[in-house]
Design a protein around this ligand. Structure first.
Ligand SMILES: [Cu+2]
Length: 182
């Protein structure tokens, strides 16, 4: 957790230099559990996202009008790739309940698999690769902020995110979901 503290501190320094100091847009830390209405984070596949694994997400506005989101994961499978994105809706019992990826500029065609919209500048992608201890972290900075529309979750997927036309933004089955209020 030492690394997270440094990353969070760096984010707060950035936001703290603004004239009107904005609050962090998001901060969630939860352990994955089987679905319940009260669960902060839900595993849809306990063999790949074990019950008790921890997810921490911090989102901060940047002084230049962007947003930085940081993801830290503990207790996942070792040496494994996971896709991860910010999704529109809250977690539910059904993996599809978290809805599509949040897009700053919404693709008029849904589901969105067009790289012009489904990309890491218009969406928040947080793909990770765990270390030998099942720890991973990532971060993403985009040049926009959450204003009228908001996002409600971070979803872990079975694969790293694809980028080719027709499959852009897809990353295999949804393995887990954490409720994060952006
Ligand atoms: Cu996703």
């Amino acid at each position: 957790m030492k690394t997270l503290a440094v990353v969070v501190a760096a984010g707060l320094v950035v936001s703290g230099t603004a004239h009107a100091e904005p609050a962090p847009v998001a901060h969630t830390s939860a352990k994955f559990a089987t679905y319940s209405a009260a669960a902060g984070a839900v595993t849809h596949d306990p063999a790949k996202v074990p019950v008790g694994a921890r997810i921490t997400v911090v989102g901060v506005p940047t002084i230049s009008g962007g947003t930085t989101v940081m993801l830290v994961l503990n207790g996942l499978l070792p040496n494994r790739a996971y896709g991860a994105h910010v999704h529109v809706k809250a977690c539910g019992a059904n993996p599809a309940d978290s809805g599509p990826h949040f897009q700053h500029v919404e693709d008029p065609v849904q589901p969105s698999v067009d790289p012009a919209y489904a990309n890491s500048r218009n969406e928040i992608w947080l793909d990770v690769h765990t270390d030998a201890h099942g720890f991973a972290q990532s971060s993403s900075t985009v040049d926009w902020q959450f204003t009228e529309r908001h996002a409600r979750s971070v979803v872990l997927h079975d694969e790293h995110t694809h980028t080719k036309p027709g499959e852009a933004g897809t990353a295999g089955p949804r393995l887990g979901c954490a409720n994060v209020g952006f």
